[in-house]
Design a protein around this ligand. Structure first.
Ligand SMILES: [Zn+2]
Ligand SMILES: [Zn+2]
Length: 215
């Protein structure tokens, strides 16, 4: 896992966290060994700031993980002024890198904020469109429910009319039955002058009543 205080390879497409070995330049840039090998073989120009690095000590490979023995001996023999100067330059290098990293992270944060605002705007549009669509569908649904209720009322009215007509028909049928020849025959049968043939005669088909049409 990357440590926040670790320096990162200054090649933007790499940004490897540097913990063991690194290549540093006198223009205050630092790269991982793989990037440095590739980039400095092509040209002796700093890939980050394009400074010409022509002197032998302009590009130096260094260890970031020092043993205690090395820490004891690396500045030993130097005068305090030289030691302080070296420390001061090393601190300057660290400050520059920290500042660069801060700028990089600020740019990343700004870009993320812009992207977030854009997404938020798109989301708002989607929500607004969805709400409009829901509103339209709701009004269409209430319209359909109104139509359905009207149709149901029409069906109920039609059924009521049909029942009323059926009742009238049954009444008419009953009345017609009373006046049918078969009923009259009963009266005729009581009359001694009538013939046997008259009694068995079926009623004329024009007097027959058909069943009511089914609804
Ligand atoms: Zn790298
Ligand atoms: Zn540089």
């Amino acid at each position: 896992m990357d440590n926040f205080f670790d320096m990162k390879c200054n090649r933007l497409t790499c940004r490897l966290s540097l913990t063991d070995k690194a290549v540093v330049t006198t223009c205050s840039h630092i790269f991982c060994v793989d990037c440095a090998t590739e980039l400095f073989n092509a040209a002796r120009l700093c890939p980050a700031c394009e400074t010409a690095l022509t002197e032998p000590d302009d590009v130096v490979i260094c260890s970031l993980h020092l043993t205690n023995d090395y820490k004891t001996s690396v500045l030993s023999g130097l005068s305090p002024a030289m030691i302080l100067e070296i420390c001061s330059r090393a601190i300057g290098f660290w400050q520059y890198q920290s500042h660069q990293e801060l700028s990089f992270q600020t740019a990343v944060a700004r870009s993320l904020n812009d992207k977030n605002a854009q997404l938020q705007k798109q989301l708002d549009n989607v929500v607004r469109e969805a709400n409009n669509e829901i509103g339209l569908l709701s009004s269409k649904l209430s319209e359909l429910e109104r139509d359905l209720e009207l149709e149901r009322r029409k069906v109920r009215d039609t059924q009521e009319i049909s029942r009323e007509r059926d009742r009238e028909f049954q009444k008419l049928k009953a009345r017609l039955k009373l006046h049918s020849p078969s009923q009259q025959r009963t009266h005729i049968a009581l009359d001694p002058g009538s013939t046997r043939e008259d009694q068995t005669q079926s009623p004329p088909s024009s007097h027959r009543v058909d069943a009511p049409p089914t609804a």
